[in-house]
Design a protein around this ligand. Structure first.
Ligand SMILES: Cc1cc2nc3c(=O)[nH]c(=O)nc-3n(C[C@H](O)[C@H](O)[C@H](O)COP(=O)(O)O)c2cc1C
Length: 368
């Protein structure tokens, strides 16, 4: 199943192996540059069906660091076009993730130690972060300014505008980053959202902004192109649970979201410090619960290491797409290697012929 096509609206992924969004902190002014071309281009040569960029901010305040990619200004479109052209030329779908970091913005890079930033990063701008309430994400995070209802409406429009730019840039798939304790997840959880206006209170109130943002994106994004949303199935802090996610996914489905990308955690502290116990495929049960509970296609992610593991998840009907993060950093040709492991490409036919023809010939020269 991993190497069968997956049709979403008018778009077909050639296989179900997906490069998960991974921020690199290498951008200037939110623009795609040579680094992103090489970093993401190699995954297209590696024949992943869908290649996601890192999270792209919908406004400068929505970045995590000054080095993040962006889709907040029309002047950024051209740089993204160069990337989508290449990914598509090599047969992958070009996908992007749009985001607002909220109270988890304006931080050092995840691997920076305080006081050890490079000269460039040390000079990076910091800004007043925003959130649903004046509650910091945890130690080392600054206290956000509470967003007014009019500002929230402005951000809904910015999500829609970013989607319009993503379309103009040639992306085939768009995903809203609604997970890992970034702005939309901050609104969902009563731990980070203590508002008592229409954007807080009960679950319906806390979902109001994320659902409005999803609607704005769906309206600006072409009908024939698929839209994903990444969710944290549980916030990791005890405020938002799988049952909440299923109810939310039903509403997202009604808006026209095609795939729920099911991650977890990150509401407090580091995005990477999930209080969910980590083991191979540790988030698969969340994807399965959402897929069955809301009857919507899901993408799963998290410690999926090889083809047989990915295939077993698909065969069990637990998810429709398999996102690979760190294992793709370790092996950019993961999809091609998985195809070999699964016996789907013993003749190197899936490889670009400039590689595959030679590898096929080399096969006979290898010691038996
Ligand atoms: C370097 C790096 C950057 C990441 N950046 C993002 C991001 O921009 N957006 C996002 O939703 N998740 C991000 N993540 C999370 C990954 O997409 C993925 O969900 C996580 O690494 C678990 O999958 P894995 O075990 O296959 O790595 C990042 C992870 C890594 C390792």
């Amino acid at each position: 199943m991993l190497f069968t096509p997956f049709k979403m609206r008018g778009v077909v992924a050639p296989n179900r192996a997906v490069v998960s969004p991974m921020v690199q902190y290498r951008a200037t002014g939110g623009m795609v540059n040579d680094y992103h071309m090489v970093h993401l281009g190699k995954f297209a040569l590696g024949k992943f069906g869908i290649v996601f960029t890192e999270n792209c901010a919908i406004e400068p305040r929505g970045r995590v660091t000054e080095g993040d990619l962006g889709l907040w200004d029309d002047s950024q479109i051209e740089s993204h076009k160069r990337l989508t052209r290449f990914l598509k030329q090599e047969g992958s779908l070009a996908a992007t993730q749009i985001t607002h970091s909220g109270r988890k913005g304006s931080t050092p890079r995840s691997f920076d130690k305080p006081g050890e930033l490079g000269p460039k990063e040390a000079g990076w701008q910091r800004w007043q972060v925003v959130g649903p309430s004046e509650l910091a994400a945890g130690e080392g995070y600054t206290t956000p300014k509470q967003l007014g209802a009019d500002e929230i409406e402005g951000l809904v429009k910015k999500f829609g505008e970013a989607a319009r730019r993503a379309d103009a840039a040639g992306y085939d798939v768009i995903e809203i980053h609604g997970a890992h304790g970034y702005l939309l997840a901050q609104f969902l959880s009563p731990i980070s959202n203590t508002r008592n206006d229409q954007y807080g209170g009960d679950r319906a109130g806390r979902m109001r902004f994320p659902l409005a943002a999803a609607k704005a994106v769906r309206t600006s994004w072409p009908e024939h192109k698929p839209m994903f949303i990444r969710v944290s199935a549980v916030d990791g802090a005890g405020g938002w649970d799988v049952e909440d996610t299923i109810a939310y996914a039903r509403e997202l489905k009604a808006i026209g979201i095609d795939v729920v990308d099911t991650s977890s955690g990150g509401l407090t502290g580091l995005s990477t410090a999930l209080p969910v116990k980590r083991s191979l495929g540790f988030q698969v049960p969340f994807a399965a619960a959402v897929k069955r509970g809301a009857e919507i296609p899901t993408m799963t992610v998290g410690l999926i290491l090889d083809g047989p593991q990915a295939e077993a998840i698909l065969q069990a009907g637990d998810a429709d797409l398999i996102a690979i993060g760190r294992q793709a950093l370790y092996d950019p040709f993961w999809a091609l290697h998985a195809a070999q492991e699964l016996g789907c490409d013993s003749d190197f036919d899936m490889w670009t012929p400039e590689y595959g023809w030679w590898l096929e010939k080399r096969k006979n020269n290898l010691p038996k």
